[in-house]
Design a protein around this ligand. Structure first.
Ligand SMILES: CC(C)(COP(=O)(O)OP(=O)(O)OC[C@H]1O[C@@H](n2cnc3c(N)ncnc32)[C@H](O)[C@@H]1OP(=O)(O)O)[C@@H](O)C(=O)NCCC(=O)NCCS
Length: 170
């Protein structure tokens, strides 16, 4: 299994992978394309899992802001992550998430936020975000699915406010 940054040669395979993983719908495939064309895109944070020349997993992390009045903090949001159904439950999703978090840390960002399964992401250090004073108004989701991972120690005591997903997400 090779975990690496995407290249333009992977775009079609990533589209097809997201289409299949999310139940034969193209919402997430199109989301990836919109983010890739947006100012929030960070090339190192579109990561694929490849085996025998086939793309079997993909994760995308990109820029968003936490806004508190005049204070704006650039953070990272994780979405989407997908593993080809026939390759799921073998740890590929975990490897992609851990690799993404590692690169986020290397790039110097402090927080990663997401909306996701409350039983899966705590494995990687994600915790419910609202209890730390981070709000979300753009999506009406329960407390336990809106999660944050503190990549830079101490960051959660410094950053408060509303997470704003950029226009590419809508
Ligand atoms: C969510 C998703 C990316 C996870 O990918 P994955 O490669 O199956 O993830 P992992 O293998 O790391 O972990 C999945 C489960 O398999 C288990 N697992 C990991 N390795 C395993 C192995 N070798 N044998 C058996 N089980 C294993 C994990 O413990 C985990 O169980 P848990 O949910 O009880 O914690 C994948 O299921 C997917 O693409 N889903 C559809 C798209 C989606 O919903 N994406 C997330 C929203 S953005």
């Amino acid at each position: 299994m090779n975990i690496r940054t995407e290249t333009s040669n992977d775009f079609k395979a990533i589209y097809d992978l997201n289409y299949e993983a999310f139940g034969n719908r193209d919402n997430e495939s199109k989301l990836v394309e919109r983010i890739r064309e947006s100012s929030g895109f960070i090339p190192e944070l579109s990561i694929v899992a490849e085996t025998n020349g086939e793309i079997v997993g993909h994760i995308l992390l990109s820029k968003a802001n936490v806004i508190d009045g005049e204070d704006i903090t650039e953070v990272i949001v994780l979405a989407p992550v997908a593993v080809k159904p026939s390759f799921q439950k073998r740890g590929i999703g975990s490897r992609l998430i851990l690799e993404g978090l590692k690169i986020v840390k290397e790039l110097g960002y402090g927080l990663v936020l997401l909306i996701g399964h409350p039983s899966y992401y705590p494995n990687f250090g994600f915790k419910p975000a609202r209890q730390y004073g981070i709000e979300l108004h753009q999506f009406n989701v329960p407390d336990d699915v809106f999660m944050v991972c503190e990549v830079k120690p101490g960051e959660l005591s410094l950053v408060k406010g509303e997470l704003r997903y950029p226009p590419a997400f809508f």
